[in-house]
Design a protein around this ligand. Structure first.
Ligand SMILES: Cc1cc2nc3c(=O)[nH]c(=O)nc-3n(C[C@H](O)[C@H](O)[C@H](O)COP(=O)(O)O)c2cc1C
Length: 169
């Protein structure tokens, strides 16, 4: 698939088939995350993979939606701010690095015909408890991973003229 087609095909999937995801596909999706670029190549991320139904249930307490609970796998993207690059003004780039890794994950999954959905609206404390995260590790975003059972409507995006500025603002 050409990249522009993949960027179009990747949608937020909010309905999952309980069918298992082959382990080699899961590993490739994680590998795509590992290969992401990061500021000063610090790679301040961790991918917590949740497949155990009991742990998934605990994770779902942090984001109680039926469609979320239906996915066979959840990947929680965590960052370690202390390991990330900081700009001279102190800005920490761990969220940017984590977001790129998550985007690699979601795009790679779409290339395999798998569904994902970025989730940031979870309750961080509940997620921390469910995964026994150490205090220096921050859950940034998570995604279900599985075969789609819903068909999202066409993408809604602002037209290019509204977001591209040529030469000056
Ligand atoms: C940083 C980020 C956080 C998001 N958090 C949530 C979320 O908590 N719950 C949810 O259902 N969708 C969430 N989304 C998905 C967006 O709603 C979705 O990407 C957007 O509406 C565009 O639709 P598309 O992904 O199908 O192209 C999030 C997306 C991003 C990038």
């Amino acid at each position: 698939m050409k990249f522009i087609e993949l960027a179009n095909v990747r949608r937020s999937v909010r309905g999952y088939d309980p069918r298992a995801v082959p382990e080699e596909l899961l590993k490739s999706v994680l590998e795509a995350g590992r290969l992401a670029p990061s500021a000063a190549n610090r790679q301040p991320w961790h991918f917590v993979v949740v497949t155990d139904p009991e742990v998934r249930k605990r994770v779902a307490h942090a984001y109680p939606r039926d469609w979320f609970a239906s996915a066979p796998i959840v990947i929680v993207l965590c960052v370690e701010p202390r390991r990330a690059w900081r700009r001279s003004d102190g800005k920490n780039y761990c969220d940017v690095d984590g977001a790129i890794a998550m985007d690699h994950i979601t795009l790679c999954a779409a290339d395999f015909g798998l569904g994902t959905c970025w989730i940031a609206a979870f309750e961080p404390e509940k997620l921390r408890q469910a995964l026994e995260l150490p205090p220096e590790v921050e859950p940034l975003a998570m995604t279900p991973l599985g075969y789609p059972a819903d068909h999202p409507t066409p993408k809604k995006r602002k037209p290019l003229e509204k977001v591209v500025h040529w030469e000056k603002w």
